[in-house]
Design a protein around this ligand. Structure first.
Ligand code: CP
Length: 305
C-alpha cells in the first residue's frame, strides 16, 4: 500500500500543485454553477472529526463530498470514544480502514500529525491551533477571481497572530507575495512558528494603517473565538485599535478587497461599513470553501485529471 498524501499545512503542496488546484477549482465551480453533475468520488466516504465547533467547514466538506458522488460521516469528540481517552493512533488505524479520506478540526496540530502518521488514507486539516490551510486555499482562489494572480501582490493582515496569520505567511513564501502584518504589542507573529524558512516575504507594522497602505487585500479574524468573548475582556482592550475600518480600506490600493474567514463580530475586528461594504468579498470567500475543497479531495484521492 502506498503512503497516503496528506494536507496538514499549506506548504504540504508545491507551487505547481497549487496552480493545478486553482485551475481545477475554476472548472469544478463552473460545473456546479451550471448544475452539471460531477461524480469522480462515487462511493467514497469522507469522515469528518470535529473537536471544535464549525458551520462553514462542516457544510462545505459534507456538501462537497456529496456533490462529488460520495458520502460524509460526522463524528465529534464529545459523543464518540475519541474524546474519552482512545489513543489517537488507534482511532486513526480504525477510522482509516472504514473510509477513503478524513478531515479533522482539532485544538492541536500535533494531534492531526499523529493521526496522519497512523492513517491509511489522506488526512486534511480542517483547522488547528497553528494552521487553517483550507481557508487560505479558498481566500487565494477568491483573490484570483477578483484581482488575478496573487504573485507579487500585498496582503495586509490586521489583528491576532493566529492560525490564519501563520498560514498566510506560509502561503506567501510558497506563492511569492508579500504579507504586511500588524498586531498589538505582545501579540507579535513569529514566522519560524509558522514554519517559514525566509523572512523577506513579510513586514511587521506597529500601525495597522501603515500595514494596509498599498495592500491589494486587507484581511482579519475574530479577536476571541465566538462564544468565549466574556472570558477575554483584556484581549478586547488590547485589540481595540486594530479594527479594520473604512480609513484602512481607503489607504489600500484602488480595487483592494476585504476578506474575513467568518464568523465575524461587527464593531470589533471589522466595522459593519467594511464587511458589508462594496470592497468586501466575504460571501464569495465562504462559498469558495466548497469549491476548493472539492478540488482538494479529488486531487488527494485520484490525483490530477
Ligand atoms: N472559517 C471557518 O472555518 O468557519 P467555521 O468555523 O464555521 O468552520
Amino acid at each position: 500500500m502506498n503512503a497516503p498524501r496528506h494536507y496538514l499545512q499549506f506548504k504540504d503542496f508545491s507551487r505547481a500543485e497549487y496552480d493545478y488546484l486553482f485551475d481545477r477549482t475554476h472548472w469544478i465551480k463552473d460545473r456546479f454553477k451550471r448544475y452539471e453533475p460531477h461524480h469522480p468520488l462515487f462511493d467514497r466516504t469522507l469522515v469528518m472529526i470535529f473537536e471544535k465547533a464549525s458551520t462553514r467547514t462542516r457544510l462545505s466538506f459534507e456538501a462537497g463530498m456529496q456533490q462529488l458522488g460520495g458520502s460524509a460521516i460526522y463524528l465529534n469528540t464529545r459523543d464518540s470514544q475519541l474524546g474519552r481517552g482512545e489513543p489517537v493512533e488507534d482511532a486513526a488505524q480504525v477510522i482509516s480502514r472504514m473510509s477513503d479520506i478524513v478531515m479533522i478540526r482539532t485544538f492541536e496540530q500535533t494531534i492531526i500529525e499523529r493521526f496522519a502518521e497512523y492513517s491509511r488514507v489522506p488526512v486534511i486539516n480542517g483547522l488547528t491551533n497553528e494552521y487553517h490551510p483550507c481557508q487560505i486555499l479558498a481566500d487565494i482562489f477568491t483573490f484570483i477571481e477578483h484581482r488575478g494572480p496573487i504573485q507579487g501582490k500585498t496582503v495586509a493582515w490586521v489583528g491576532d497572530a493566529n492560525n490564519m496569520c501563520n498560514t498566510w505567511l506560509q502561503a506567501a513564501e510558497l506563492l511569492d507575495f508579500k504579507v504586511h502584518v500588524s498586531t498589538p504589542p505582545g501579540y507579535e507573529v513569529e514566522p519560524e512558528q509558522a514554519g517559514c524558512t525566509r523572512t523577506d516575504h513579510f513586514v511587521r507594522f506597529d500601525d495597522p494603517m501603515e500595514a494596509c497602505r498599498g495592500a491589494d487585500l486587507v484581511t482579519t479574524d475574530v479577536w476571541t473565538s465566538m462564544g468565549f468573548e466574556a472570558e477575554n475582556e483584556e484581549r478586547m482592550r488590547d485589540f481595540a485599535d486594530w479594527q479594520v475600518d473604512a480609513d484602512m480600506m481607503q489607504v489600500a490600493n484602488p480595487g483592494a478587497v476585504f476578506m474575513h474567514c467568518l464568523p465575524a463580530h461587527r464593531g470589533e475586528e471589522v466595522s459593519a461599513e467594511v464587511i458589508d461594504g462594496p470592497q468586501s468579498v466575504v460571501w464569495e470567500e465562504a462559498e469558495n470553501r466548497l469549491h476548493v475543497q472539492k478540488a482538494l479531495m479529488e486531487f488527494l484521492l485520484i490525483g490530477k485529471v
